[in-house]
Design a binder for this molecule. Sequence first.
Ligand code: DX5
Ligand code: ZN
Length: 217
Amino acid sequence: MIAPSMLASDFSRIGEEVHRVAEAGADLIHLDVMDGHFVPNLTMGPQLIKSIRSYTGLPFDVHLMITEPQAYIDAFVDAGSDLITVHIELEEQFPTIINQIKNSGVKVGIALRPKTPIAAVEPYLDDIDLVLPMSVEPGFGGQSFQTDTLNKIDQLHQLIQTRKLDLAIEVDGGINQETAALVGRCGATILVAGTAIFGQDDLRAAIRALREAASSG
Ligand code: DX5
Ligand code: ZN
């Protein structure tokens, strides 16, 4: 599945951009929430997400890069999130945060920074819907894919098979046609892409090219 990251869209008309990318064949809408503490950038909050909720029926995939997610889960659920992903580096908030999200009736994912090992999320794999090994340092779009991520996707894929887990593997950062083929081959099931989609005039062709590259691997 392809999840366009709205971070690379035209923020001056973000609702229409959500509609445009949904019409072009997106599977999920990826929304990057940054607080200027967990990462050195600021983006959007629940109010903005709520304001664009009516522009598509596609699921909202909300990637929280904030230091105090527990304080905001209710607001992001109320804004219309379908899946909320939190970072494992906030380890003191686990496992409470997972239960808080699940009890709100939305799906839950765990993201890892590039340097965080898969072992950090292993204790939680039975309880979550998705793992997101970041393939760039979180904070900004347009960075280059870090190839170490491929080993992590491999490890996750093996864990899923041996433990028979019902778990999606999402990859985020530096995804283009070339890297989509690499991560697809390792078993990634959801590809986030900002620049590779919104940097193109023809969004439909860009999404299709990524999907085909990922399944060609
Ligand atoms: C980075 C964000 C990504 C970002 C990806 O912290 O999590 O979702 O938008 O952008 P590209 O696809 O341009 O690397
Ligand atoms: Zn993201």
